[in-house]
Design a protein around this ligand. Sequence first.
Ligand SMILES: Cc1ncc(COP(=O)(O)O)c(C=O)c1O
Length: 420
Amino acid sequence: MNPAKISFSRIGQLANPPIISHIMAVALENPDMLSLAAGFTDTKALPVQPVRDATLALSSNGKTPEYLQYGTTIGRPKLRKFVAKRLSQIDQHQSSAYNLDNVMLTTGSQQALYLAIQVLCDPGDILLVESPSYFVFLELLKGLGIQAVGIPVDENDEMDTVALSGMLAGWQSEGSLDKVKGVYIESWFSNPSTHCLSNGEKTALAEVLKEAGLLVPILEDGAYMELYFEEAFPSTSIFAIEAFDGFPRLFFGTFTKPFASGLKVGYAICDHSDILSKMVNVKGHHDFGSSNYTQSIVETAMTDGSYDAQLNKGRDRYLQKMEILNEVLIQQGLPDSGWNWQKPAGGMYFWVKGPVQADTSIESAMFENAVKEGVLYVPGDLCFAPEGPKSYMRLTYGVLERDDLAEAGQRLANVIKQSN
Ligand SMILES: Cc1ncc(COP(=O)(O)O)c(C=O)c1O
């Protein structure tokens, strides 16, 4: 018999294991490992009671159990309406963009991001991203053969729109500007930098793109928008910013981080009907609809107030955990050894910058030592495209409990001290 002949498609050929799986596998091989790496939510605080109540309410209302039936590909109308209305309230803005017809529900916002990229980009195309950016998204792009190019930053690590303008002008004269198919930004408590983008920064970005004649889709990721600790960041989504009028706009949100990650309910809102319909059509090919059951649970939690209660609980818990890790890292003398970070005001991460000569990469002695010491972090260079400094690390305080967080911080400090 002839040997089986498999010739992989381009996507098949590019389907390499995600780096986070490797990091997680290291954690699983060692049960004593304390992981500050994977962005898991706070297991102990997950909304068991609200989910139980929602399930009971759904199953005891005497109606047909439609929530156990297939739903539509685009998702439950009532939840889509909630999503549109909520963003309009947060933005304190009214426009036709905040309409249920512009909302699709997905299996986490990760799926929505994938669908958007699938319908907007071909292999070889360019997507502009922040420096740094969400590394799982960068891997998604790589897996589809799309080139991520980091928007330049200034000495304060802020978006440098003057340098961006120069970069676009260079591409214009080379004739490669039309390869740019979109821009991806994370505007609230970014993963990994924890930075928020002000309306001023977003407006400046829109102006530079317009000047270059680049009215491409803007993909705004708001995964941590509502996960602030004490006060919301005073900004709006791109739908409420006039400078983006004329750009196709997509906003990505999720109920995983602020409510229950295991339910995997996320969404996209898009003010360009052709883009949204194509995303829905491709989703039809993938799965013809995300779980109607988990969408129903989120819908119930949005209606009975338990979503907001859970959000408040999460804000308190993450603030406390952030403070614990922050304290340990300071007490252990990291700033004195040249390691610094901005204390986050929301989200789930620390973005720690080491001295220029530091190497945190996955091949580095530091990463190896961290594994030996029993602590894991995300090497910062994974968050830059096409490549960037190796002196950063991303830490999360989402899942570890207080004592473990303190212990993990100490272990990490030992690793850093050994490397000095
Ligand atoms: C910035 C950002 N966007 C999107 C996602 C995707 O989240 P989910 O698919 O759970 O909604 C994540 C998950 O970590 C994230 O950090």
